[in-house]
Design a protein around this ligand. Sequence first.
Ligand SMILES: Cc1cc2nc3c(=O)[nH]c(=O)nc-3n(C[C@H](O)[C@H](O)[C@H](O)COP(=O)(O)OP(=O)(O)OC[C@H]3O[C@@H](n4cnc5c(N)ncnc54)[C@H](O)[C@@H]3O)c2cc1C
Length: 324
Amino acid sequence: MNVAVIGSGLAGAAAARQLRNAGLDVSLFDKGRGVGGRMATRRAETPLGEMRLNHGAQYVTAQTDSFASFLGSAVEAGAAEVLNARLVSIDRGGNSAPLRGGDRHVGTPGMNALVKHALDGFEVQTARRAKKLKGEPGAWTIIFEDGSTEGPFEKIALTLPPEQLIDFLARSDGDFASIIAAANTVKIAPCWTVMAALDQDFDPGFDGAKLLGGAVRWMALTATTAPAGVILQASPDWSEAFLEDEPETVARALCEEIFVRFGMPSPVWKTAHRWRYAMVTEPAGSPTQLSDCKTLGVGGDWRLGGKAEHAWTSGEALGKALAV
Ligand SMILES: Cc1cc2nc3c(=O)[nH]c(=O)nc-3n(C[C@H](O)[C@H](O)[C@H](O)COP(=O)(O)OP(=O)(O)OC[C@H]3O[C@@H](n4cnc5c(N)ncnc54)[C@H](O)[C@@H]3O)c2cc1C
């Protein structure tokens, strides 16, 4: 039996592994230049040289045995490590407390290494934006945006975020009304993220901080001695309010706030990335959903919640459900 997995973030990777384990012939497609989705690492050319900056997920945590075991295998393979950093939470009054929680893992050298590790042994066709499906249950052909086609596939696993998923299914042959209805209930908050480079030493007393009371909700430093990379993530409310601003305006505003709050030196390079759909705030509520014909299923963090582990759990459930 052959199956196409569309989307190679953490959910797509988890689904693909389950499907392969069940003996299916798996083909993977993603519109991005690489794999990882929101487990994203940017290689940026800066005046201080090339920098690798995690501008999506900052770290992952595991509550389930399956994700914990996957993280263990990633550590063994050198694709992840336990984050050993000064992490704090700082309230509106400037009071700082250690950030609570168990082990946090990061991908090495970047967050996308976790997804690459999960996809070890798979060939992913990148830069392929799927547009719609043609055909019928058991014989689906994928039509890509450039007009190219792949298939027929007996089964289809879709791990696109809800907005893209709804567009894709609405254009496709077949009746996917119940999946579209569920995806329509999901809410995902945006997140403006600034990446910056410092050519001066800067130690605010932490490596990562959850900040309350301003535009910036999360700040992380790659080092306290120059050259150092900085990540600033705006709060959902601020990101929503300034969603259509120019990246330069956003980068300036968020850096100025951190200058005022912590005396951060003026960066020698900065840029902003807009995640229009970043963090799931109201999920669909179940790990996966199959179409009535049972030959197409969906998964992703949006089924369960806003964390990487939710994507993993959903992807695994999708793979298992489709493999039957
Ligand atoms: C700024 C930010 C910070 C975050 N911080 C954390 C954190 O610290 N800890 C944590 O646990 N989680 C965090 N998250 C959430 C975490 O990144 C996500 O939950 C997880 O990566 C989602 O995985 P996914 O596979 O469901 O979706 P995605 O990673 O979004 O994967 C979907 C994939 O589908 C592809 N795709 C979309 N449309 C098409 C198409 N038409 N054709 C082909 N491919 C397509 C995309 O390119 C993408 O690769 C953060 C997210 C963001 C954005």
